[in-house]
Design a protein around this ligand. Sequence first.
Ligand SMILES: *Cc1c(COP(=O)(O)O)cnc(C)c1O
Length: 373
Amino acid sequence: MKIPLFDLKEQYRQIQGELQEAIFEVMASGHFILGEEVSELENKIAQYLNVNYAIGVASGSDALLLSLMVIDIGPGDEVITTPYTFFATVGAISRLGAEPVFVDIDPLTYNINPYLIEEKITTKTKAIIPVHLFGQCVQMAPILEIAKKYNLTVIEDAAQSIGARYKDRMAGSMGDLGCFSFFPSKNLGCMGDGGMVVTNNKELAEKIKILRVHGSKPKYYHPLIGLNSRLDTIQAAILLVKFKYLDEWNKKRRQRAEFYNSALSDGFLRIPYISEDNFSVYNQYVIRTKYRNELREYLKSKDIGSTVYYPLPLHLQECFQDLGYRRGDMPEAEAAARETLALPIYPEISEGMQQYVVETIREFLKSEVVSLS
Ligand SMILES: *Cc1c(COP(=O)(O)O)cnc(C)c1O
């Protein structure tokens, strides 16, 4: 049996008719840029997250960039974030000439450790970007408290966590700004690139709407220097179809995770830790073992997809050498990079497929680990 890490074909098969109809409608309308589907989606997402404003943009990366631009982040500013995330989180900070300041992760959740943030705050610190990794929210209470105390803006990177909750609040709705990605592999994915910024702040929302169209308002008059970053109407139409299924798909992801949880607990392998206050939507199902590389090879030999998020923490990336970090500076992120492995998870994966993954891992633990340890 061949089991991919992720697969969209079955999902497409299930809602093909609806999707095609939505796409054809946009094609016939001729309104491809900021058509009415975009505002319809913005309204639906704002309502879903219980926030006042949502602004469709070209990608999750641009959502982060625009969120930093709208609060005037630039040279001389510091932005605190995690080294254990997708590159885009930190790329946005650096592209604006600001300095990313890394804070190590909590070894259980892999999210930024809120208790290590305060010691990194300086007079230059302007914002914190907590990243809700793998579908689980960061412990936001202490972060919001610190932000208030030091007057910092909180920009949530919720690209992997649409529908996740911390206490009773939705991922992306807790800080000043929330960023989402509709990259195809996210829990709500389009058929290309797409993203969204959400906020309760009217001024920020209006400014982002201006920034996403080259900083112009009215057209051809530019109070700001913006960029071209809009969510395509066709992508919004696709997302409106898929959005109806989001909660159901997230529920299925949680069930698939539960299946792995009960089958995989073992002394040599750690299943995901979801903290009490959290409702995870499992964008990824990430296990941890000292025998990660060996397990990955073994799974590969059995045609089972798996991958490492992320093999090299960002403080050690070549492009950030100038920041002056060294190996050992972020010990928990570095250990996680050595030991974590993401297993196949998506709403359409069958129990039979999961069973095969589980049996293969057990086989590995029985035969290989004994000989390795
Ligand atoms: C996917 C992702 C992004 C970037 O989103 P794109 O839409 O691919 O630009 C940013 N941050 C995190 C944590 C992500 O997983």
